[in-house]
Design a protein around this ligand. Structure first.
Ligand code: RIB
Ligand code: CA
Length: 312
């Protein structure tokens, strides 16, 4: 079986960068493009981070495209400094010297690739879903061309922006509503599982011992996250890499199918992912929802995925 074609749509971001590294060196998938969206930081940074990252790691042949710089309904909003001022914590990658952005915007690149891949394309969506929703609105037949969407977002219970909403969904709930209702097979990796696994210092030490550019960069990103944790900030949680693990390491997670929709307008509940666990609505399940994670299995999978950079 050939490599599975993927596009990564992201708001790079510290954990996005680690997820991208894990995907780039994974022998099960072929990353066909990386597209950016407003999210963790302003789109001018998320897009530049993708371009700099792929040139830095030597993937000049993978198209990098710009996407939406604001949500469908709302004004742009960015995280509270969790990812530093420009999105990669305290790490400054060299400015891309020769790699250029693809001339197409994210939605066009996603659609054209989906057509080229004849229904085999999978999407790793690890930021607000604006680009995917725009693509669906511009090209309704996308729903028949995407094999699976693996997204980091939402939660069965709880939130990290409000008590009921997770950041990626809260930034653009209308986009998430459009995507979850699209009929495209999809898997939701939400806070219920991502916050149940945190990287530790020994994982960073293992990556440093590997010594590749990707491993050292991910170790530096983890060190930034450890400092953030010790200052009372978010732990070294690999939200986005866990969405990729759902695609290529299914044994890391336990998932169940439920009907899911998104609250778009609630004064207190905007961005809440309604997971109908009791089947009260009588609607057919549309999302496979990750409910449990094997923390040790996931963390060691991620370290090994990044260490595959030594094979390149
Ligand atoms: O809530 C966590 C999500 O928001 C992650 O994707 C992180 O990168 C931010 O985008
Ligand atoms: Ca992200």
């Amino acid at each position: 079986m050939g490599r599975r074609p993927f596009i990564i749509d992201c708001d790079t971001g510290t954990d996005d960068a680690i997820a991208i590294a894990a995907a780039l060196y994974c022998d099960q998938v072929e990353v066909k493009a990386v597209t950016s969206v407003n999210g963790n930081v302003a789109h001018k940074y998320t897009s530049k981070n993708n371009l700099d990252l792929l040139e830095y790691l030597g993937f000049d042949d993978i198209p990098v495209a710009k996407g939406a710089d604001s949500p469908i309904m709302d004004n742009p909003y960015h995280s509270d400094g969790t990812h530093g001022n420009t999105g990669l914590g305290n790490i400054k990658l060299p400015d891309a010297a020769h790699k250029q952005f693809d001339k197409r915007l994210a939605s066009e690149l996603i659609y054209q690739t989906a057509v080229e891949e004849k229904g085999e394309l999978e999407l790793l969506v690890i930021g607000p879903m604006t680009n995917i929703a725009i693509c669906l609105m511009e090209h309704p037949d996308l729903k028949d061309l995407v094999k699976h969407i693996w997204f980091m977002g939402g939660s069965v219970i709880g939130g990290n922006v409000t008590t009921t909403a997770e950041f990626n969904i809260w930034i653009d709930p209308m986009a998430a509503h459009i995507v979850t209702q699209s009929g495209i097979p999809q898997t939701m990796v939400g806070l219920d599982v991502t916050t149940a696994a945190a990287m530790k210092e020994h994982h960073a030490e293992e990556l440093r011992a590997c010594g590749t550019k990707a491993a050292l960069l991910c170790a530096d990103l983890l060190d930034y996250m450890f400092e953030r944790r010790d200052r009372g900030g978010e732990d070294a949680i690999m939200h986005d890499a866990m969405a990729f693990a759902a695609a290529v390491c299914p044994e890391c997670l336990e998932c169940r199918d439920f009907y899911v929709d998104v609250e778009c307008f609630g004064q207190y509940t905007k961005g809440h992912t309604m997971v109908d666990r009791r089947g009260r609505l009588g609607k057919a399940p549309n999302v496979s929802v990750a409910l449990k994670v094997d923390e040790e299995k996931f963390c060691s999978w991620l370290v090994n995925a990044i260490k595959k950079s030594a094979d390149r």
